[in-house]
Design a binder for this molecule. Structure first.
Ligand code: NAP
Length: 259
C-alpha cells in the first residue's frame, strides 16, 4: 500500500534502537525525511547512516536526552517544522509499590508524560496551521492492563493517555490526528532487561524467563520492531485521517479484554 506521505518530515524521539527505530525505519521506507534522536551518539549515528543507505531519505540526528528541557530545545531546533511526530523515551525501572519516592515519580512523569506533552505543545500549532499533521505516542499495554512491577510506568502513561484523549479531539478539526500505540512485549533491549529481572528475581535461567513471558502471550512470541513500525507508519499515513484519539494495542493478544 502506498502510504502517500513521501516527502513529509518526521521527528521520531528515542529512535536509535527498539520500537522508536522500528517507527523511523517504516517512515523512511514510505519516503519520509527524518529527525532521529537518542542520548548515545554512536548507536544513533549508526542507525541514521543505515536508514540513509537503505531508504535514500534525509536524516538529521541529534544526540540529546529528550526528557530534559535543554535536550528538547536542541532536538526541536534541529527539527524545525515537522509534519509527523512520534514520541518515545526509555521506560521507568521496575520495582514494588513501596519503593518509589517523589523524585522517582517526577522522573517517570518527566519521561513518559510531560516530555511527549511538551513536544506536542510546540509542534501541534505548525501542523494545525498547515491543516495536516500526525502524532503517534509510544505508550504501553500497561495503560489498558497494569503491570504490577511497572507502577511508575502505569502511573505516568495513564496521565499522558488522559491528556491525549481530550487534545486529540481539539486538534482534529485542523486535520491533525493524535493516537497512542500500546506495545505489549517486543523483542528489544528493554524486553531483554525485563527478562533478566525476572530471571534474577525467580532464580531461573534467562531462557526460562523469556519462555515464561512468551507463554503469557496468545501469539506465543514477542512482537518485532518491524511490525510495530509498520503500524506506526500506517497511523501516520494519509489513510489514517479518520483515526483520532485511539489507544491501539500491539500485544499478540496478551491483554485479555473484549474491547
Ligand atoms: P529500547 O530498545 O531500550 O530502546 C530505547 C531507545 O530510546 C534507544 O534508542 C535509547 O537510546 C533511547 N532513549 C532512551 N532514553 C532516552 C532519552 N531520555 N532521550 C533520548 N533517547 C532515549 O526500548 P524499547 O523496547 O524500544 O521501548 C521503547 C518504549 O516503549 C519504552 O518507553 C518502553 O518502556 C516502552 N515499552 C516497551 C515494551 C517492549 O516490550 N519493548 C513494552 C511496553 C512498553 P539511548 O539509550 O542512547 O538514549
Amino acid at each position: 500500500m502506498d502510504l502517500d506521505i513521501k516527502g513529509k518530515r518526521a521527528l521520531v524521539t528515542a529512535s536509535s534502537k527498539g520500537l522508536g527505530l522500528g517507527c523511523a525505519e517504516a517512515l523512511a521506507e514510505a519516503g519520509v525525511d527524518l529527525v532521529m534522536n537518542a542520548r548515545s551518539e554512536g548507536p544513533l549515528a549508526k542507525a541514521a547512516e543505515d536508514i540513509r543507505a537503505r531508504f535514500k531519505v534525509e536524516v538529521t540526528e541529534v544526540a540529546a536526552d529528550i526528557t530534559t528541557e535543554d535536550g528538547r530545545a536542541d532536538v526541536l531546533a534541529a527539527a524545525g517544522k515537522v509534519d509527523i511526530l512520534v514520541t518515545n523515551a526509555g521506560g521507568p525501572p521496575p520495582g514494588l509499590w513501596s519503593d518509589w519516592d517523589r523524585n522517582d515519580f517526577i522522573a517517570a512523569l518527566d519521561a513518559n508524560m510531560l516530555t511527549p506533552i511538551a513536544l506536542m505543545k510546540i509542534l501541534l500549532p505548525g501542523m494545525m496551521d498547515q491543516g495536516w499533521g500526525r502524532v503517534v505516542n509510544i505508550t504501553s499495554q500497561s495503560v489498558k492492563a497494569p503491570i504490577p512491577v511497572l507502577g511508575l510506568s502505569n502511573a505516568a502513561r495513564a496521565g499522558l493517555t488522559g491528556y491525549v484523549a481530550g487534545t486529540a479531539r481539539q486538534v482534529a478539526p485542523s486535520g491533525v490526528t493524535i493516537n497512542n500505540l500500546l506495545p505489549g512485549i517486543h523483542a528489544t533491549d528493554r524486553a531483554d532487561a525485563l527478562d533478566k529481572g525476572v530471571s534474577q528475581q525467580q532464580n531461573i535461567s534467562l531462557e526460562d524467563a523469556t519462555a515464561q513471558r512468551q507463554a503469557t502471550i496468545p501469539a506465543r512470541r514477542y512482537g518485532t520492531r518491524q511490525e510495530f513500525g509498520a503500524a506506526c507508519a500506517f497511523l501516520c499515513s494519509q489513510h489514517a485521517g479518520f483515526i483520532v484519539g485511539q489507544n491501539i494495542l500491539l500485544d499478540g493478544g496478551a491483554v485479555n479484554t473484549t474491547l
